[in-house]
Design a protein around this ligand. Sequence first.
Ligand code: UT7
Length: 325
Amino acid sequence: MIAPVKIVGIGEGLPKLIVTNKMMEQIVDTSDEWIVQRTGIKQRYILTDDTTVSISVEASKKAIEKAGLSVRDIQLVIASTIASTDRVPTLAGSVQRELGISDCPAFDVSAGCTGFIYGLVTAASLMDTLQLDNALVLAGEGISKHIDWADRSTCVLFGDGAGAIVLRRSSEGSIHYPVLMGKSDEENVLTIKNKDDDTPWYRYPSEQNTKLVMKGREVFTFASEVLADTITLLKEKCKDKPFTKIIPHQANSRIIEYVARITGFKQDQFFINLSKFANTSSASILLALWDAYTQRWLAPGDRIALIGFGSGLTWGGVVIDWTLE
Ligand code: UT7
């Protein structure tokens, strides 16, 4: 069961450096025109001396402050990441340490670009199971560290960033109709392989590619299908009170434009901020939610669908009644 909770705080954390498409032209054989036309991306934030942990801490701090809570009130921390600073400790554990959050369950989820949706549903479910009042759910990604900066087909697409929300138990629940789904990535369409270090008992082949590798067209087809299917499924589930706005994972504006056409929604019912942040993997829905909220694209009373899709392969969504003023 999902606990009756609502979002009471939201925050963002971004690296200092903005890398424009023009700057990308200096690195690989690409053009601002190609990137904008094919993806909608104009710039991305990239980590330098900041870290996935530091931007996640910043986002979490802002979300807790916005909620009007203290770090002592947080009773659960779930962080979504595929690209944190350290393998151990977890991103959630590092945020807990840096912010001085009291002893409580703290762990990471890894579900590609759908990670925030998985984290949100897990948090709301655990708040019911463990009878908790307040939870911090965040996503932090330093994907630039896993990019092949000589591969123009991927390096122009991604950016770093973090977002966080605070969930609080409330009399009326505002998170509905969770959908979590996954299927095997038979064709290895999206991978970041680990580097295997030799052991005294085995010498691994030296030519391992440990950078992000993506079969763009295949992922485009998968993404368009599952985004459209999840919208249709959620639409069906909340016929009585339909959602009117959609915040999808920000991977490519053409995916969103295509899905808008086939699902019968208007373009302006989708929030798109790819131009500013590029694809920040599991942080993208949170950064879009934060941006939509601060731009007042979202207003209290709005019913919205959040939908993610990505590596794994994974996808999922929820419907939220927005209450934050
Ligand atoms: O977050 C996880 C989910 N990820 C996604 O949803 C990504 C889904 N895929 C996509 O967004 C698109 O497939 C891409 C943006 C990655 C690529 O767009 P596309 O329209 O599928 O292009 P393409 O891969 O078919 O490449 C078309 C051409 C190729 O040249 P030729 O073979 O036609 O001569 C590429 O070599 O564009 C070339 N190209 C580039 N040209 C300039 C590829 N990357 C670039 C580049 N700049 N950065």
